[in-house]
Design a protein around this ligand. Structure first.
Ligand code: NAP
Length: 246
């Protein structure tokens, strides 16, 4: 029998995505779209959500998946997204929260609208998604569905970054929620994966809700980041620190 360390290093797929009902929030995004494509390639039954109906429609046609355009800052949006997934596929086995916004600028100059948008989308929306999805994910666990939640936080949760203090705070809050809620969900056999990718070339930094990005070194390839996240789902991982992205 291999020891624990040897077992942990074994490259094995523990979670099959075939036939799993997965809700992807932010499915039109630079990370959400390649993640959705990889999940679809592995046979997952997707439900897609994002804000812009036009962009979402294009992705929904490509992936032949039901889609519900929602502004996830609204308090009821998470519940509606979960209901749409359950209505479409009769069950829910996974949630990927890949929606998010960034803001730049000195902490002393951040305005209320920016603070509210950062925290509504980057923190409150994923917390509400977990809350809305949990009963369905518990049913999935009961039926052997190996349910999971993926929340995309960011490297700044590990490396607080000057000039991005409010964004850093939103991601640190999400990562802290994931650590605490992940322990609770584990008891219900629901896996919560907190992913903290480094800067990635999705264009996110070019469309901040406030401020202007500093000159950034070249970021990671979005396809590689998406592939690492989907591999983590399949491999049963619970934590993807920035260093896991190479
Ligand atoms: N790119 C990076 O360098 C990087 C690094 C670490 C972590 N992350 C995190 O990864 C996540 C995805 O980032 P990304 O680079 O893929 O960004 P992105 O390309 O700008 O995609 C953002 C996604 O969020 C959706 N969205 C924005 N506001 C929304 C709202 N109010 N309601 C519902 N959906 C909304 C967008 O939909 P619409 O197109 O309809 O607006 C889009 O699908 C974010 O949380 C980000 O912080 C990114």
């Amino acid at each position: 029998m291999p020891g624990a360390a040897a077992r942990d290093s074994l490259p094995c797929v523990t979670t099959s995505l075939t036939g799993r009902s997965v809700l992807v929030a932010g499915a039109t995004g630079g990370l959400g779209l390649p993640i959705a494509r990889l999940l679809a390639e592995r046979g997952a039954l997707l439900t897609l959500t994002a804000r812009s109906p036009e962009r979402l429609d294009v992705v929904a046609r490509e992936l032949a998946a039901p889609a519900v355009p929602l502004d996830l800052r609204a308090p009821t949006a998470a519940e509606r997204a979960v209901e749409a997934a359950v209505a479409a596929h009769g069950r829910l086995d996974g949630v990927v929260h890949a929606a998010g916004v960034v803001a730049f600028g000195p902490a002393g100059e951040v305005d209320d609208a920016t603070l509210e948008e950062l925290f509504a989308l980057n923190v409150l929306a994923p917390i509400r998604l977990v809350r809305a999805a949990q009963p369905h994910l518990a049913t999935s666990a009961h039926e052997g569905g190996e349910p999971f939640v993926v929340n995309i936080s960011a490297v700044v949760a590990e490396q607080p970054t000057a000039g991005m203090a409010a964004y850093t705070a939103s991601k640190a809050a999400l990562t802290a929620f994931d650590a605490a809620a992940g322990r609770e969900l584990r008891r219900a056999r629901i896996r919560l994966l907190d992913a903290r990718p480094p800067h990635t070339e999705t264009g996110l930094a070019t469309r901040p809700v406030a401020g202007t990005a500093p000159t950034l070194p070249r970021g990671l390839d979005p396809s590689a980041v998406a592939a690492r996240i989907v591999a983590a789902v399949e491999n049963g991982e619970r934590d993807l620190p920035a260093g896991a992205f190479g």
